[in-house]
Design a protein around this ligand. Structure first.
Ligand code: PLP
Length: 413
């Protein structure tokens, strides 16, 4: 089971101390959190930033002339700066605050998508998408009389690149794909996929919900047209995320929602819209959430992300080897390039029973279809159990998982 120790030094204990939720007990046992792909725990800095906003300078943004409003606006816009530089966007106007990846993709589909996709056109996705990168495109295709095309994957859960390329045709008007699969952990070759689409003049949308907590993101180097993030998966608050879009697109796109904040002038005859990003942020935004998101970005930037990646790779290898050694256990998703996710089946035991028994051992895993039913269909299963890792997990957490699986064997034989 032993694998080589990680090369770069990463002090996981000092990181763990920053996450108060991890220090608790569940059913009298030390809590093991292996569900970060669903939502990550929060460090003190994020909790404090959000509380401080409410305690000390809460006010609505962009509208007040008063001190508190200006202070809140400054902090909100500073958070936008932080997200923008974290993902390598050259310009903060390219970052729109949204509720999360789901809203980001819906925004693109119902604005850019409606402009670009017409009857007989195609939108290309992959076989390993989360529902939030399937359903908005399906809705768009239904509305526009277009077709949703799916690039297949192999049994390991890797995109079949030639098949992907074959589906990039003159009918393809948008390509949308997941950077890191939440159900399988597969890391897609995003740069190559974007380059192949770009050669044919096709814009790309990348679902970065699972990538941002694990990989360094550089949207400029990737060259994608759009990239989506969920704050809560990046150790930030829920209800806040970001959509990156190339400025030229954001300028040309119609607004998503109408209301306050997204306008220059309004009369009963006509409304003139604001410039991006305000054009896409109608209504009072999640002010404290955005500020907390900025704190999460600070937290991540305060770490040596290369050392984090090496640490997580070691943990994944350790977990993979440990699970593979369990008799009757099958790993679902064995891509060569993989991050943070260990989806598995135990012979003769339903995934929900796996989740319930592990829960009684104080171990939180996810059991279900992981909002990726087509992936489950591909493997011919209704559900898997999924242990997902983050930078605060340890080899001891994996050992507890393996011991918990031992309990399952005792119950089910
Ligand atoms: N895409 C992927 C790959 C995800 O894992 C998730 C959430 O699990 C989403 C999209 C949707 O993210 P959110 O629920 O934060 O909008």
């Amino acid at each position: 089971m032993a694998t080589a120790e990680p090369k770069a030094v990463f002090d996981v204990e000092s990181v763990r101390r920053q996450f108060p939720a991890l220090a608790q007990e569940v059913y009298g046992k030390p809590f093991v959190y292996l569900d970060s792909a669903a939502s990550a725990q929060k460090p003190n800095a994020v909790i404090e930033a959000e509380m401080q906003c409410y305690r000390e300078y809460y006010s609505n943004v962009h509208r007040g002339v008063h001190y508190m409003s200006q202070k809140a606006t400054e902090a909100y816009e500073e958070a936008r700066d932080k997200v923008s530089s974290f993902i390598g966007s050259g310009c903060k106007r390219e970052v729109i605050f949204v509720r999360g990846t789901t809203e980001g993709i819906n925004l693109i589909a119902s604005t850019f998508g409606r402009q670009r996709v017409g009857a007989g056109d195609e939108v290309l996705i992959t076989a390993m998408e989360h529902h939030s990168n399937i359903v908005p495109w399906q809705m768009l295709c239904e509305q526009q009389g277009a077709k949703l095309v799916v690039a297949p994957m192999n049994q390991r859960g890797e995109l079949i690149f030639e098949e992907y390329e074959r589906r990039l045709t003159e009918r393809t008007k948008i390509v949308a794909f997941v950077h890191v699969s939440n159900a399988l952990g597969t890391i897609n070759p995003a740069a190559e996929m974007i380059a192949a689409a770009q050669e044919r003049g096709i814009p790309t949308v990348v679902d970065g919900a699972q990538a941002a907590p694990h990989l360094g993101i550089d949207v400029a180097a990737l060259g994608c047209d759009f990239y989506t993030l969920s704050g809560h998966k990046m150790f930030g608050p829920t209800g806040i995320g970001a959509l990156y879009g190339k400025l030229e697109h954001l300028i040309a796109m119609p607004p998503y929602q109408g209301g306050g904040e997204m306008i220059l002038t309004v009369s009963f005859d006509k409304t003139e819209y604001a410039e991006p990003p305000a054009k896409f942020e109608a209504g009072t935004p999640n002010i404290a959430g955005a500020i907390g998101f900025g704190a999460a970005v600070d937290f991540l930037r305060g770490l040596d992300l290369e050392a984090v990646a090496a640490y997580e790779a070691d943990l994944l290898a350790y977990g993979t080897a440990a699970l593979q050694a369990v008799p009757g256990l099958e790993l679902i998703g064995t891509a060569q390039h993989k991050a943070a996710v260990l989806s598995f089946l135990i012979d003769g035991v339903h995934a929900h029973d796996v989740g319930t028994i592990l829960d009684h051992e104080g171990i939180a895993v996810r059991a279900g279809h992981h909002c990726a039913q087509p992936v489950m269909d591909f493997y011919g299963v209704a559900a898997t159990a999924r242990a997902s890792l983050a930078l605060y997990n340890t080899r001891q957490d994996i050992d507890r998982l393996i011991a918990g699986i031992g309990q399952i064997r005792e119950v089910f034989g």
